[in-house]
Design a protein around this ligand. Sequence first.
Ligand SMILES: Nc1ncnc2c1ncn2[C@@H]1O[C@H](COP(=O)(O)OP(=O)(O)O)[C@@H](O)[C@H]1O
Ligand SMILES: [Mg+2]
Length: 320
Amino acid sequence: MSLIEIKDLNVHYPIRSGFFNRITDYVYAVDGINFNIEEGETYGLIGESGSGKSTTGKAIVGLEKVTSGQIIYNNQDITDRRTRKKMHYNKDVQMIFQDSMSSLNPRKRIEDIIAEPMRNFESLTDTEERDRVKELLDIVGMPSDSIYKYPHEFSGGQRQRIGVARAVATHPKLIIADEPVSALDLSVQAQVLNFMKKIQKEFDISYLFISHDLGVVKHMCRNLAIMHRGRLVEVGTREDIYNNPQHIYTKRLLAAIPKVNPSGREADKAHRRAVEKEYQEHQEKWYDKDGKVFPLQQISDTHYVALPPDEIAQMKTEVG
Ligand SMILES: Nc1ncnc2c1ncn2[C@@H]1O[C@H](COP(=O)(O)OP(=O)(O)O)[C@@H](O)[C@H]1O
Ligand SMILES: [Mg+2]
């Protein structure tokens, strides 16, 4: 049984216009996606800006209204707000954001910022609460006198640590991490990713790790879903996605990973140009006549790709 199952999730935003402010169209921010996250695993949700990742994350934690579809948590449909409340879902599922400067209240001290989610679910005495906050700070590698300070007194990396401390305060089972390291320098990124892994082991947490960068998540995720135009274009294990990508959009994301080794740079550039050319020249192969991503088709036990049925048939005969 999966920890959480996302079933045919849709989140559509109405577009209003004209004198009567009528709904004239919709933004299909999330357009029928499916995936499962297992207990203790890190699941990657990857795509360019605007592909619908944050909307997916927010819908899962209940910050965005679901248009249709289901979210099944521990075998219970929690799409409805009342069930979420009954199941203590909001204690079990927390979110970390990219921009900790705006997600941490600038007028509150660190003590109150970290204690806030605990206050919603537990009644601790002041001393108990302070001890817990200090313990959490220690876990994320921050000194205990941080409790008296304000968010602006810390660096971006330190603020992400504080955001993580706040997220784990309620002992969640799942953390939605929305681009948690995208605003940080490369060296700091590695530190934050490492302690996220450490905390995952210690507390047995699952992550939905959202990123636009396949390079960042390579050593984090066991399974990944590649999102584009509100849909999933490819789903698979780390090996499927990094070693055997099938959709041109996945190949483009892989080609965009910055290379550390300078010797292969010219070859890299040539590869990126070739992928881009293939993408531009064969739009009809990758998208239907309305520009939508095709439904996913299974090509192995673990690997799914959004291609037209005849392409899949051809692939299968080539392999078989
Ligand atoms: N509140 C909103 N109202 C209308 N459109 C929105 C809203 N939030 C996001 N969108 C649109 O939905 C699409 C997906 O956005 P988002 O989920 O933020 O993508 P990502 O996180 O992958 O960058 C974008 O086209 C965005 O402009
Ligand atoms: Mg986003």
